[in-house]
Ligand binder design. Structure first.
Ligand code: PXL
Length: 305
C-alpha cells in the first residue's frame, strides 16, 4: 500500500521511533464519535495511533456519554453541523493529511460530508471503517438512509474494514445470519465489496471451517489472517483493529501484514482483559496493552486464501 503519505516517514515503520525523529509525525484525520465511557472510537483511536507515532486530528461526528452496546440509553449530541466548517478551516490552514480515517456516523448526512473530506485530500490514504453493526445486528443509529449512503463513500476508499455483519449489509445479504465461509465464498464477498469501488478490503472476524480469520483482498491477491479472538466480544475492538492497521500502513506495511499486526494487538488486549475479568461492556484494558506497540512480538499469521 504505497501512497505519497509515506514520504512523511523515513522508512522502518512507525514503531522505529528514533528513525522517525527527523520527520514530522504523519497526521491522521479521524472522523469518528467520542464516546465517554466504554473504550471505543476516538477514545481508542487516539492512544493507539499516538503510540504508533502518528498525530490524530479528531473530527468528532457525535459526542456520546457511552457507546451504544448495552449500557442503557447514552446521551448523544450529533455534531453534523461542525463537519463541513471544520473542513473549511483545515483547508484555510493549508493542512495536509497522511490518512483520512472514518468510522461511526450518527446521521446519513455525515457520510456525504466525509466524502467531501476524502475529495479534499486526494493524496491521503483513505481508510473507511463502515461502522454499522456487529454480531448479526445493526446498531440503533444505523438507519436505512445511512446504509444507502455508505456505498458511495466506499468508492472513495483505499481500504475498508467491515466486520461480517457490515459486509453483509453492504452486499445486500442477510446480515442477521452467521456464516461459515469456504474459500470460494470468502473470495466472492471480497470481490463483491471491491466492486463497490474501493482498492482493498479486509473483512474482520469471519468463521471458516478451521477457525476464525480476517479476510484480505489487496492488489488482486487474496489472503487470510488468523484471528484467534477469545469467545467474548468487546465493544471497540474493531476500532482498535483499524487504528493499528492504519498505523502500520502508514509505516509501509502491505495490507495482509498490517492486518496481521492489528489482529495480534487486539488479541493481546482481549487476553489482558479476560485476565482482569472486567465487564465486557467496559471494553478492553487498552491501557495495559499499549506498551506492546513499542515492542511487539509478532507471529506469522498470513496465508493464501
Ligand atoms: O466500536 C464501534 C462503535 C462506535 N461508536 C459507538 C458505538 C460503537 C459500538 O457499539 O456504540 C457510539
Amino acid at each position: 500500500m504505497q501512497s505519497p503519505a509515506h514520504t512523511y516517514l523515513l522508512g522502518g515503520g512507525p514503531l522505529h521511533l528514533q528513525q522517525q525523529d527527523l520527520a514530522a509525525a504523519p497526521r491522521v484525520l479521524a472522523l469518528h464519535d467520542l464516546s465517554g465511557f466504554g473504550r471505543c472510537s476516538l477514545a481508542v483511536i487516539l492512544p493507539v495511533l499516538s503510540c504508533m507515532g502518528a498525530q490524530v486530528v479528531q473530527v468528532p461526528t457525535a459526542v456520546l456519554s457511552s457507546h451504544t452496546g448495552g449500557l442503557g440509553d447514552p446521551v448523544l449530541r450529533d455534531l453534523s453541523d461542525m463537519l463541513l466548517p471544520t473542513l473549511q478551516h483545515y483547508r484555510q490552514l493549508g493542512l495536509d493529511f497522511a490518512a483520512v480515517y472514518s468510522g461511526f456516523f450518527s446521521s446519513a448526512g455525515q457520510v456525504s460530508a466525509c466524502r467531501a473530506y476524502c475529495q479534499a485530500f486526494p493524496q491521503a490514504l483513505k481508510v473507511i471503517d463502515p461502522v454499522m453493526g456487529d454480531d448479526q445486528k445493526a446498531y440503533r443509529t444505523c438507519t436505512g438512509q445511512l446504509m444507502a449512503q455508505m456505498r458511495p463513500l466506499i468508492a472513495e476508499a483505499d481500504v475498508i474494514t467491515p466486520n461480517e455483519t457490515e459486509a453483509a449489509i453492504l452486499l445486500g445479504e442477510d446480515h442477521t445470519r452467521r456464516r461459515v465461509f469456504d474459500a470460494a465464498g470468502a473470495r466472492r464477498w471480497l470481490v463483491g465489496l471491491a466492486g463497490l469501488g474501493c482498492k482493498s478490503v479486509v473483512i474482520t472476524g469471519c468463521h471458516m471451517p478451521d477457525g476464525r480469520y480476517n479476510l484480505v483482498y489487496s492488489g488482486g491477491a487474496y489472503s487470510r489472517v488468523r484471528a484467534e479472538y477469545l469467545p467474548v466480544g468487546y465493544p471497540g475492538t474493531g476500532d482498535i483493529f483499524t487504528s493499528a492497521l492504519t498505523g502500520r500502513l502508514l509505516g509501509g506495511d502491505a495490507l495482509p501484514q498490517a492486518a496481521s499486526f492489528a489482529a495480534q494487538f487486539v488479541e493481546r488486549a482481549i487476553a489482558l482483559t479476560q485476565k482482569a475479568g472486567t465487564d465486557r461492556r467496559w471494553g478492553v484494558q487498552l491501557e495495559k496493552a499499549l506498551p506492546w506497540l513499542f515492542a511487539p512480538e509478532l507471529q506469522q499469521r498470513v496465508s493464501p486464501l
